[in-house]
Design a protein. Structure first.
Length: 114
């Protein structure tokens, strides 16, 4: 499966962005789809993930501000980001796991100005 992330950009603090992760095939049966981010000089961290049953989980730093969702018809996972903060600045990656292998999208830059 190939993943294509998009939707990043430059936004002021307090603003919103919606990231999209389009898969090359059906995601209906995929149990784990997640968003990660990596800021300069920092390790890549899990931001949020969603399961096949639409269970979601969020990093404490984004709870209440970010929402992950999936559209099995469009084979796309979204990350709605609101009340953005400068510390949310990072390259955001989507990831899925199939048959024990990790598949990553190419990343999309999110920059939040203060």
């Amino acid at each position: 499966v190939q993943l294509q992330a998009s939707g990043g950009g430059l936004v002021q603090a307090g603003g919103s962005l919606r990231l999209s992760c389009a898969a090359s095939g059906s995601i209906f049966s995929i149990n784990f789809m997640g968003w990660y981010r990596q800021a300069p000089g920092k390790r890549r961290e899990l931001v949020a993930f969603i399961t096949r049953a639409d269970n979601t989980n969020y990093a404490d730093s984004v709870k209440g501000r970010f929402t992950i969702s999936r559209d099995n018809v469009k084979n796309t996972v979204y990350l709605q980001m609101t009340m953005l903060k400068p510390e949310d600045t990072a390259v955001y990656y989507c990831k899925t796991v199939l048959a024990g292998y990790d598949y990553w999208g190419q990343g999309t830059q999110v920059t939040v100005s203060s």
